[in-house]
Ligand binder design. Structure first.
Ligand code: NAD
Length: 487
């Protein structure tokens, strides 16, 4: 512990255009997962803080909604330039507190920038419809208006990108926004907020607080908060959806995942293996789009597993800040232990480890696990059913594509899935019949771009309108129909 060292910064709130000191609030350590060292402390917001930020945001919204949309875009254009300029610093901060490799962090920042770019199209995106003479002498048009104060609650695994699925669209549409990011990774959103301040977003339009359930609950029950966007685990997503909906708020709650990668015997093996590795072990498996169950169809298993084990064994594991590292640590010691617990459970339940990540000998102070591949996994095993959120891939062998579809559709989750094949017919049948929100065809991480919607089905999503794309414009606006007659 190096908590007493002066280099440890305190991360606090950005409310109404001001950076606040932590005062006597609860402080929690932020650790670098690669070294185990404490790198910052984060202040936790109280219910009073939430009330203060909601009031400030609401006051800002009352002015911001009247700013013409083309003027609302200007700080976002400046922000995009600042993000480009500081992308490497942002990525380095992200790696320091989250553990993902620097390349992955840079790619995440790039995805975040794309959200801002798309939100800059708001003058077009917010347009309504119109039709003259819907009745004799009567014209009709629709308008989209902002909702008011919107809140975002985000997870630890994408601290730069996921908040940007939300607030650029929300504020471009004329709302004010309160972000409550994961308390495990508060530094990246703080740095992003400093850049936004530099871009000249008016005070109170964007606000940042930190904390845990106390802050979240206060947001869910606050009468001035009109809409809640959540991304995180399924149990919390369900809770957020129920609680905020019961308060009459608009909610989108994106939850956890258990993604299947189906490999047909006619798949192009080397390319398929490359994609599977990046899907299952990229970001140490801490992605909601990570492949977690590998479904080998027919004769696919033997050539697939041989090449997969060979390539995965050669992966370099280490501090993600080093350029040639293939996989970094898990986010916290507790999470590493949880994932190691799943590996033990897999062995206990009779799966055969082709690689066991617990044997990885790395830096003792960091939260490292090597990649794990289990063969002979049965659909009823814990490792086949539950979200592990770590570098663990379970292989299930099935006879036909029909069996694969039935297996995938039996999962309570429905976030993403991929099929690897050379057959257009197999790909078409799979994408048509599989019960998941995002499907990859020879693509291991089926992440929709900023201009498309992002969300799963079943226990991976609670709500109606998905994240980003046109859905975000609808989510952050209320529609009104105007009928006009002039006498
Ligand atoms: P988490 O659910 O633990 O936390 C998410 C947010 O909720 C954080 O801001 C946290 O402070 C808050 N929170 C946690 N417990 C709470 C409670 N009891 N009451 C109120 N608020 C609470 O998730 P995480 O561990 O940060 O992130 C990993 C999870 O997020 C995984 O399940 C992953 O699949 C999911 N995820 C989903 C998507 C998607 O698009 N569906 C994207 C990224 C991550």
């Amino acid at each position: 512990m190096i908590a007493s060292q002066p280099s440890v910064q305190t991360v606090s709130f950005y409310i109404n255009g001001q950076w606040e000191s932590a005062g006597n609030r609860r402080l929690m350590p932020v650790t670098n997962p690669a070294t185990g060292a404490e790198i910052a402390q984060v202040a936790y917001a109280t219910a009073e803080d939430v009330d203060r930020v909601a009031q400030a945001a609401h006051a800002a919204y009352l002015k911001w909604r009247d700013v013409p949309v083309v003027e609302r875009m200007q700080p976002l254009y400046r922000y995009k330039t600042l993000l480009e300029k500081h992308a490497n610093e942002l990525a380095a901060t992200l790696t320091a507190e989250n553990g993902k490799t620097i390349d992955d962090a840079r790619a995440e920042v790039r995805r975040g920038i794309q959200m801002v770019e798309v939100a800059c199209g708001m003058p077009t995106l917010m347009m309504g419809d119109s039709l003259n003479d819907v009745s004799a002498g009567i014209d009709c048009h629709t308008i989209r208006q902002p909702l008011g104060v919107c809140a975002g609650i985000t997870p630890f695994n994408f601290p730069a990108m996921v908040p940007m699925w939300m607030w650029p669209f929300a504020i471009a549409a004329g709302n004010a926004f309160i972000l409550k990011p994961s308390e495990k990774v508060p530094m990246t959103p703080s740095m992003a907020a400093k850049l936004l301040h530099g871009a000249g977003v008016p005070a109170g339009v964007f606000n940042l607080i930190h904390g845990d359930k106390v802050a979240v609950d206060a947001l869910l029950h606050h009468p001035l908060v009109r809409a809640v966007s959540f991304v995180g685990s399924t149990p919390v997503a369900k809770y957020i959806y129920k609680t905020a909906a019961a308060e009459g708020k608009r909610v989108q709650a994106l939850g956890g995942a258990k993604n299947h990668l189906v490999v047909m015997p006619d798949a192009q093996m080397p390319k398929t293996v490359e994609n599977i590795i990046s899907s299952a072990f990229g970001a140490a498996g801490e992605r909601c789009l990570a492949g977690s169950v590998l479904v080998a169809v027919g004769d696919a298993a033997e050539p697939l597993l041989k090449l997969l084990v060979e390539k995965v064994s050669a992966m370099r594991i280490g501090d993600g800040i080093e350029e040639d590292v293939g996989m970094g640590p898990l986010v916290t010691k507790e999470h590493k232990e949880r994932v190691a617990g799943y590996i033990k459970k897999g062995v206990d339940e009779g799966a055969r480890p082709l690689l066991d990540g617990r044997s990885h000998n790395g830096n003792d102070d960091g939260f490292f696990l090597g990649p794990t591949i289990f063969d002979n996994v049965q659909p009823g095993m814990t490792i086949a059913r539950e979200e592990i959120f770590g570098p663990v891939l379970s292989v299930i062998r099935v006879k036909t594509l029909e069996d694969a579809i039935a297996l995938v559709n039996s999962s309570p989750f429905g976030n993403a899935t991929s099929i690897f094949t050379s057959s257009g017919k197999a790909a078409r049948d799979y994408s048509a019949r599989v019960e998941a929100g995002m499907v990859g065809i020879n693509v291991g991480v089926a992440a929709p771009m900023a201009f498309f919607p992002f969300a799963g089905w079943k226990n991976s999503f609670f709500g109606d309108l998905h994240a980003h794309g046109k859905d975000a414009v609808m989510f952050y606006t209320e529609q009104k129909v105007v009928m006009t007659r002039w006498f």
